[in-house]
Ligand binder design. Sequence first.
Ligand SMILES: Cc1cc2nc3c(=O)[nH]c(=O)nc-3n(C[C@H](O)[C@H](O)[C@H](O)COP(=O)(O)O)c2cc1C
Length: 322
Amino acid sequence: MIKIGNVEVGTFPLFLAPMEDITDSPFRSICKNFGADVLISEFIAAEGLIRDSWKSKMKMQFGEEERPIGIQIFGSDVESMKKAAVNAETVRPDFLDLNFGCPVRKIVMKGGGAALLQDIPKMIRMADAVVRSTTLPVTVKTRLGWDEAHQEIVEISERLQDVGIKAIGIHGRTRMQLYGGKANWALIGEVKNNPRLKIPVWGNGDVDSGQKAEEMKNQFGVDGIMIGRAAMGNPWIFREIKTWMEQHVFAEPPSLKERVEIVRKHIQSAIVYKGEHTALLELRRMYSGYFRNISDFKKTRMRLVTAPDFEEIDKILGELSH
Ligand SMILES: Cc1cc2nc3c(=O)[nH]c(=O)nc-3n(C[C@H](O)[C@H](O)[C@H](O)COP(=O)(O)O)c2cc1C
């Protein structure tokens, strides 16, 4: 049994990787139903969390059925991260996750996310301070290093373990690669095979099928896998991966009826969660994923993204499944 601190997360946990504006509570719950073992919130700015901003409060909400769940925070200031951790603990997640991997310019320029890969002593100080300020297990999600010449993840992982980090999720790219090229799983494997490293290692990057997940597990020995983009508009990916890894058969792909059902459920709970206007806007980008491989979908997609309210969307979805 793999554990994050004292929290049991299964024998080979599949994580829904955190994604801003995508992995909110409604979508996370859907993924959980299709087999995601561990969920993590979207990243939450430490500064916002300390101010008790409305946005960070929203992002910290989760349902009991989502457990085990982590709250992910990011920031550039050690004191703020400590305070944010104390604040996040009040909603009783199962663990806290520190984001040391976000490559987005706006975040990095302010010293958060992947910027910490350029100042490893500060990253370690920050991790140490957060670990000491909370009773929750603390994990880290990061990348291989800042750029090709600085892929220091083997050493970084050891140092994070030494200050009490309980698991590390590694996206197999550098900050400078952003999302380009192919994820380098060989280096994730090196981290895992470092005999000094005892904490679980979650591999992340480009996993989009059961075969790929199994290959990464067998080849690189990771303790679990995080799935991000392949889950966008495709929560069935978790069922697909599990079925393949457990039985070596292809899961039945979702029927059109099932897709419509899940989209409807997703929109309905998103409306409850964030209001009709925001929910409909944010879900626009999910339709192509949900209805991939449906022939002649372009016209219907246009109708869905321009529909003024849920009533209209519901009507279009009804037509689709008949
Ligand atoms: C739209 C989008 C938003 C993301 N937001 C976050 C985030 O809030 N926190 C985080 O740790 N990673 C974030 N990521 C990175 C993913 O968690 C993941 O590491 C990355 O997409 C690689 O995995 P994949 O190849 O399975 O997508 C984001 C990625 C995307 C595409």
